[in-house]
Design a protein around this ligand. Sequence first.
Ligand SMILES: [Zn+2]
Length: 402
Amino acid sequence: MAITELLSSVLATGALGLPMGLAQANLPGTQIAVDSPARKGWVMYTVQPGDTLSQIARRYRVDARAIMYSSSLEGVALRPGQVLRIPLVEEANDESRLPPGVRAYIVRRGDTVQSVASRFDLTVLGLVSANPGLPSLDRLEVGSTLYIPTGEPGLLVRIKQGETIKDVASRFGLSVIQVARANELNSPTDVQAGDLVLLPGVQARNTYDRLLQIREAERKAREAEERRLAQERRVREEARQRQLAEQRRLEQQARSRQQQQAQSQPRLRRANAVVAAAGYRWPMSRFTITTYFGQRGVFQRFHTGIDLAAPTGTPIYAARAGQVGTAGWSRFGYGLHVIVGHGGAKETLYAHMSRILVRPGQWVERGDLLGHVGSTGWSTGPHLHFEVRVGGTPRNPLAFLP
Ligand SMILES: [Zn+2]
């Protein structure tokens, strides 16, 4: 019979007095009254109405997770009549004999199976073999006891009632002498039921494999959960990207609409752009350009200036310092208009005014008030028709203005 099979039978019988979670058969000491203080073994407990898992765990001084594990529970919910398998753990002041090559170690916060194993220069399998009841490779309960082989590693088992060293040794294919030597026993009678015995060289391969399977199952569950979360994130991110793209598309649409409007509509100029450092300034502070130089207008085939729309009464300023040449009514459609000479054959003309405030021959500085916006002469609405002439020829005012 192979050692691993033998070990399985030991584990299945719960001979080690620790949670196994294996076959249900042959559980020793399964019927222990609730109130009698059992120290180790199993209790089969029938759930009563009103019981909760944590209450039961407290009553037996075991970890609720150990009950869940050993009873194969999937959650903490219990139903009356359900039978729980409660693993009773040894208490810390265990008086049972420890083999000389084994010491007890109380698990501290932050310990892992791996860290404890390497601290005592053991393999994980070596540590598991000394603690075949370990429920998980990834979680250690703080305050629980781990057995550490300090000499030769091996499987640590607890002697059952009526069992001898010879029984245990032969079950694992060892001689009594080997077991006696490893445990420094003078006589087989040195060992009593409940004592721990180290079986040198025997490894809890099955237990270890089972723990590895649990770890693998947990890892897979974690990975599946991570994949699910990643998928959720991906879906959210895709939705966000779609939203952003749609937003960009709408913004782009709005921008091109604005550009089209800006191209088809007159420009709006603001006061702060009106005054240039030198030369010409805009003749008004706020206006809308409705007709450009050279465009075909209502009254002119070739527009000789620019039209600046503004409400009637808006002040009109001299675009540049100079002398007022003309200030009055025009026969050619300009209505009330002013012409200022700037020297060098340069003139500016201001037409369709509602009111003129300067007289011919008067000197004006750049920015001086000339009059107000109106709609006199050939005009369809209040605006300033503004011309720049060089040597009597109209030029595009935009070439002179800031
Ligand atoms: Zn005009």
